[in-house]
Write a protein that binds this ligand. Structure first.
Ligand code: RUB
Length: 310
């Protein structure tokens, strides 16, 4: 099977899971597909590149980082005079630069994240985020316990608890509905993000919003750890970020549930007013301060049309 088709399938089936891994898998597939392309015709090369990019772009709806990386790759070969060999070289180089930039971001997020964790901390987390796991591992010596919500229906929280345990952190799994009973003994609630929006709201795994609301009630600060690559610039121009609706069979398979309907949204949106801070590669920010900064940094007023086009 073609590498791009296989990657799209893996992303849809969550064999590649989490915003950062999805982007990484997609970029690697597109680079491999380009390098394997034997054509010497620039037109045919571009046509295949666009077809592959579109398939990956649409593989999961609520993933701005995936879209950002693919937009950057496409922009890198926008000059129409390149030969196929030049385009291959540019695409590989751009992908490598992006990866280096993300690795550097991840390192900085882990540093800033570890810094806000107090000594003897008890922490609540939800689902699986590479940014959160990295920060917790970095702050290991200060951590008393991490409670990891399972994140039904697909239990990505179990990936978190297993990774933390393996690194020697006292990590405990709990069903999602038990969170409010232990939140009172937690110092922090830490999550990743799938999308960061213009008004400072954050989209993350389903259940994040209700946990964040409970945390606010008990004055447990919710910090979101994410790189600014998850920012969706289209949200500044009124575009709603779609929430992926997944197969109801993930909740309850159809042989057992018969005609009973099941709802299965993958993500939810947490209001910026519940979020204490966003920890990104630039530092720790109040949500809206960060989005104002990104608007200016990306010079979106001038470039938004060009930036948003795939
Ligand atoms: C994963 C999820 C993660 C974010 C951030 O959902 O919600 O918290 O993607 O991940 P799913 P990271 O399992 O449905 O992809 O910090 O690794 O980018």
């Amino acid at each position: 099977m073609d590498i791009v088709a296989k990657t799209v399938e893996d992303i849809k089936a969550l064999r590649i899971q989490g915003a950062s891994n999805i982007r990484k898998g997609a970029v690697s597939a597109i680079v491999t597909s380009c390098l394997r392309n034997n054509t010497s015709s620039e037109r045919i090369f571009r046509r295949k590149f666009i077809k592959d990019t579109r398939a990956l772009f649409n593989s999961r709806p609520t993933e701005p980082e995936l879209r950002t990386a693919l937009r950057i790759l496409k922009k890198s070969i926008s000059q129409k005079t390149h030969t196929v060999e030049e385009m291959k070289e540019i695409i590989s180089r751009t992908a490598q630069n992006y990866e280096n930039d993300r690795l550097e971001s991840l390192k900085r997020i882990a540093d800033y994240g570890a810094e806000i964790i107090p000594r003897g901390a008890t922490i609540l987390t939800h689902c699986h985020s590479s940014s959160v796991v990295n920060s917790l591992i970095k702050a290991k010596s200060k951590i008393r316990a991490v409670y990891c919500c399972e994140a039904r229906p697909l239990y990505q929280g179990r990936i978190t608890v297993a990774e933390l345990n393996k690194s020697g952190i006292n990590a405990i799994t709990l069903v999602d509905n038990a969170a409010s009973t232990i939140v009172k003994k937690c110092d922090l609630f830490l999550t990743g993000a799938d999308a960061l929006l213009a008004d400072g709201d954050v989209i993350n795994k389903i259940g994040t919003n209700q946990l964040s609301t409970v945390c606010k009630r008990y004055e447990v600060p919710h910090y979101v750890l994410t790189s600014t690559h998850k920012f969706e610039p289209a949200s500044f121009f009124g575009k709603e970020e779609p929430i992926e609706e997944r197969n109801p069979d993930e909740v309850w398979n159809k042989f057992e549930r018969g005609k009973i309907k099941a709802l299965n949204p993958a993500f939810d949106r947490t209001d910026s007013k519940y979020i204490e801070g966003i920890i990104c590669e630039l530092g720790v920010f109040a949500p809206q301060m960060l989005t104002d900064l990104l608007y200016k940094k990306l010079d979106l007023e001038k470039h938004h049309k060009e930036f948003l086009r795939l």
